[in-house]
Design a protein around this ligand. Structure first.
Ligand code: AGP
Ligand code: GLU
Length: 629
């Protein structure tokens, strides 16, 4: 959940760590901290509850030096967001410092034992046990402590005693970790390890970087190594070695990172979320790029790693995800049923992982995830994989854990999504699912002509999304009218039902206003009791099969005095005459409506949150990727 950064090289470490932490802050922002080793071998730690700016102020008052260091930005799982619980944590009376991302399930038992052995704990976190445990194992490796020659011997052995100590400690942990460790007496090496939480190493000229995701590397190096579970990296300025728990030394694969600095800054927008909303015409184009074949009237999805024959044999799709990605999965259900005539089940990953649904032999699972790190989605994927079913992913972050563990899938290519509220990933997920449905459909019932029609509609989509964004100013005015309301309803049917859920989630997440999404017709079975003059209902009612039906629901709300905001197709004067406020979107085929009609809902949530003074990019209690259960 948190962000980890590490640096070893020739430059002042703290500058690189702070820049990296700012880029990782979206992952967690309960507290932040850094540790460096000064040239005189002092371990310097500064940490602070709250946002990175508070840590920066602390560093202004009490600077640190050194060309090696680690940093952390926390999303608390054990212990409140206090200075004392902030990472890095020190182990063994100051011999080392660690920063940890993840959860240690058996921390209480280990802590009890270490306290009996005389270790003193300073925090309520689970992570601090890792620090003392490694120190304890190190004391066994180097019982006589260090003198100059031993330190040189340790370095000459490739830091073998440190690796052994860390491996022995890790073997005792149950849970997940992305971990970086600094050793006071070895101010030239960082040890890093992962199990279940992401970690990458950036390879520079006479310098290395360690980070939870690639963003801190941008502008420094484009060479990246993705560590795998059970790997441990020994990182010095000039060298990188990777050791696997079972295989010993392994060759690491240096890949080229395709981020650019524009991908990780706000590019002139007030917030990342707004930038990401406005990027959508381009990100949608990127998801489709090279994947539409007019010759075959189908989608080209080479990454699925399944032959057309394998895919024809699939009898059932299971789509699993959390949050916004789960809403995209619901859109996928409509798409795959309509185009491929395949039975589809959509299940929350957190439920699927503990259910034991009877899965027919030819069931294919797709895990849908922006980050590729969501713990529940990963666990659901593993569970279905264990039962022998092919497991694929629709994922944005290249090299993420789910992308690695899935047998194949579709990358979104939407670029890094930094705003905690997902926007561009949702629309790209819907596009990827449309491509999938088209591809599966063309292997089954869809004709060449039908395939071509879908392709034509998809190719117009980026321009339609750009048109939908033109309502931004009008939406801001609507937000000004309603931002003090305490409850909202979002109503839509068919393809627009998941959009109603997504609109309500966006508003809840960033403005802290209670909102409910419902299938419009379901409203009269209960939620209509909520309607009064202070509860606006946002109706999604573009032209289509259920337009008249939704219109009837709109009348029902009006009859009870509820204000109505209607999202309608351009030129729809009928709805405009009835609604209190209207947002126009361009007309698109029904299967693409979610991608267009979600745009005004993203903007509405954004403007309401800004007007209420909320921290749009870092909403309270949330973090970007939920790497805990
Ligand atoms: C979206 O706005 C949320 N912050 C959240 O629901 C998110 O979609 C969910 O945690 C799933 O994340 P993933 O797509 O990275 O797996
Ligand atoms: N479990 C640790 C803590 O609560 C780490 C949380 C994180 O990954 O940020 O401090």
């Amino acid at each position: 959940m948190c962000g980890i950064v590490g640096y070893v090289g020739r430059q002042p470490a703290v500058d690189i760590l702070m820049e990296g932490l700012r880029r990782l802050e979206y992952r967690g922002y309960d507290s932040a901290g850094v540790a460096t080793i000064a040239p005189d071998h002092t371990l310097d730690i500064r940490k602070s509850a709250g946002r990175i700016d508070r840590l920066a102020a602390r560093l202004d008052e009490a600077p640190v030096s050194g060309t090696i260091g680690i940093g952390h930005t926390r999303w608390a799982t054990h212990g409140p967001a206090t200075d004392g619980n902030a990472h890095p944590h020190v182990g063994g009376h100051g011999v080392l410092a660690i920063a940890h991302n993840g959860v240690i399930d058996n921390f209480a038992a280990i802590k009890g034992r270490l306290i009996q052995e005389g270790y003193q704990f300073q925090s309520a976190t689970d992570s601090e046990v890792i620090a003392h445990l490694i120190a304890d194992c190190l004391a066994e490796e180097l019982p006589a402590g260090l003198n100059g020659s031993t330190a040189r011997e340790v370095a000459a052995s490739g830091y073998a005693p440190l690796v052994r100590a860390m491996s022995a400690a890790l073997a005792q942990l149950n849970g997940t970790y992305g971990l970086v460790v600094l050793f006071r007496d070895f101010p030239e090496v960082i040890l890093a390890a992962r199990l279940g939480s992401p970690l990458v190493v950036g390879v520079g000229d006479n310098e290395h970087f360690v980070a939870s995701d690639p963003s801190p590397l941008v502008g420094h190096t484009d060479k990246i190594v993705y560590l795998a579970d059970h790997e441990l990296a020994v990182v010095t300025a000039d060298d990188l070695k990777v050791v696997h728990r079972d295989q010993g030394h392994v060759d690491h694969n240096v890949q080229v990172l395709e981020f650019e600095s524009g991908d990780v800054d706000r590019g002139g927008y007030a917030h990342y979320m707004l930038k990401e909303i406005f990027e959508q015409p381009e990100t949608i184009r990127n998801t489709m790029r090279g994947r539409l074949s007019r010759d075959e009237a189908t989608a080209v999805l080479g990454g699925l790693n399944l032959s057309p024959g394998d895919l024809r044999a699939v009898d059932r799709l299971l789509l699993t995800a959390c949050g916004t990605s789960w809403h995209a999965a619901l859109v996928g259900e409509y798409l795959c049923e309509e185009f491929a005539r395949l039975p589809v089940e959509v299940e929350y990953a957190s439920e699927l992982r503990y259910r034991n649904p009877p899965l027919e032999k030819n069931t294919l699972l797709f895990a849908i995830t922006q980050s590729g790190e969501t713990a529940d989605t990963l666990a659901a994927l593993r569970e279905v994989k264990r039962k022998g079913h092919p497991t694929l992913a629709i994922c944005n972050v290249v090299g993420s854990t789910i992308a690695q563990e899935a047998a194949g899938g579709i990358y979104l290519h939407a670029g890094p999504e930094i705003g905690v509220a997902s926007t561009k990933a949702f629309t790209s997920q819907c596009v990827a699912l449309t491509l999938l449905a088209l591809y599966l459909g063309r292997l089954r019932h869809l004709s060449f002509g039908q395939g071509m029609q879908i392709i034509d509609r998809l190719q117009e989509l980026p321009d339609k999304v750009a048109q939908a964004l033109e309502s931004n100013d009008a939406i801001r005015e609507i937000a000004e009218k309603y931002y003090q309301c305490g409850n909202f309803l979002y109503l839509g049917r068919q393809y627009n039902f998941p959009v109603a859920l997504e609109g309500a989630l966006k508003l809840k997440e960033i403005s802290y206003i209670h909102a409910e999404g419902y299938p419009a017709a379901e409203m009269k079975h209960g939620p209509i009791a909520l309607v009064d003059e202070n509860t606006p209902s946002v109706f999604l009612m573009p032209q289509g099969l259920v337009y008249e039906k939704v219109m009837a629901n709109l009348e029902e709300i009006r009859a009870r005095g509820g204000p109505v905001i209607a999202v309608v197709d351009e030129g729809d004067t009928r709805a405009a005459a009835l609604a209190d406020d209207v947002i126009y979107v361009p007309n698109v085929a029904d299967f693409l409506q979610p991608i267009v009609s979600v745009i005004p809902l993203q903007l509405l949530a954004y403007h309401i949150a800004v007007l209420r003074g909320c921290d749009v990019d870092r909403p309270r209690n949330l973090a970007k990727s939920v790497t805990v259960e």
